[in-house]
Design a binder for this molecule. Structure first.
Ligand SMILES: [Zn+2]
Length: 65
């Protein structure tokens, strides 16, 4: 059975679940293993690697005087 990536919309928990083609056509979605919510959305992985962008820096200035 194929594994699909899902993410819970409630707790943002990402998990994998195997969904058969029949269930997929019927629109059956797995429930979140964390909070058992049905509000999950499938994550489609694009080709290539997803890299996170982190913005560094930031001002931390304190004025004396
Ligand atoms: Zn959840």
């Amino acid at each position: 059975m194929p594994l699909y990536d899902f993410r819970c919309e409630k707790c943002q928990h990402a998990f994998e679940a195997n969904v058969s083609l029949k269930d997929k056509e019927a629109g059956v979605k797995p429930s979140c293993p964390n909070c058992e919510s049905k509000e999950v959305s499938q994550i489609f992985r694009p080709l290539g690697f997803i890299r996170r962008q982190s913005s560094g820096g930031g001002g931390c200035s304190s004025g004396f005087g």
